[in-house]
Design a binder for this molecule. Structure first.
Ligand code: DC
Length: 202
């Protein structure tokens, strides 16, 4: 028997992390935030390490050693994510994770298109730039009161652009993904909509 794979992709701050985690808990499936893999490599890159060799030697322990939410780490993650050798090194790890029984939820940018093209359920979560930036602003305000909304809008816009236009596995909805726009939904509503859709498929 194969595991049930739920692929959840979308741009920065679209709510995919919160939704994916809630769904994995509800269904008792394993959960992998694949952005974390790229963020750890980004963090090590900022410390002067060579991203391709870090990606080749990545250990799961590394994932808990950094404050991965910092904007400079997000930017570095998006930069190193454009390197094909980095992506190739992470592919096997993600695919092995997706085989965990009884099922796995993976969120990222290319799960439905490249990592798990045969996933039973594919979801693409999106929201307007302003809605996404405001969510990230509220989150980051807890630790950095000086941060301006305009700065976050610019950072997310730049990251979206890089993630969508890179030649290796760009951010794009799989042709068979169900698209949800969460701009006007609360977190609870977004989770409920996605969960309802998943329940109709399994
Ligand atoms: O989801 P996130 O914001 O934590 O991701 C950080 C960066 O990592 C994102 O800007 C692009 C990259 N990423 C990717 O290229 N592919 C993935 N599957 C996940 C993240």
């Amino acid at each position: 028997m194969n595991s049930i794979v739920i692929a959840i992709d979308g741009p920065a701050a679209s709510g995919k992390g919160t939704v994916s985690k809630a769904i994995s808990e509800k269904l008792k499936f394993h959960y992998l935030d694949t952005g974390k893999l790229y963020r750890v490599i980004g963090a090590k890159y900022l410390e002067g390490h060579e991203p391709i060799s870090v990606a080749k030697n990545l250990k799961t322990d590394d994932l808990d050693n950094y404050d991965l939410q910092k904007p400079d780490i997000a930017k570095a993650a998006s930069e190193i994510a454009a390197i094909p050798e980095v992506r190739a090194s992470l592919l096997k790890f993600q695919q092995n994770f997706s085989r965990k029984m009884p099922g796995a939820v993976l969120d990222g940018r290319d799960i439905g298109t490249i990592v798990c093209p045969d996933a039973k359920i594919k979801i693409f979560l999106t929201a307007s730039l302003e809605a996404r930036a405001y969510r990230r602003y509220l989150e980051l305000q807890k630790t950095d009161k000086e941060l301006k909304l305009e700065t976050i809008i610019d950072q997310i816009k730049e990251r979206d652009e890089r993630d969508k236009t890179r030649s290796s596995s760009p951010l794009i909805a799989a042709s068979d993904a169900k698209v949800f726009d969460t701009s006007n939904l609360s977190i609870k509503e977004a989770i409920d909509h996605v969960l309802y859709y998943i329940q109709t498929k399994i």
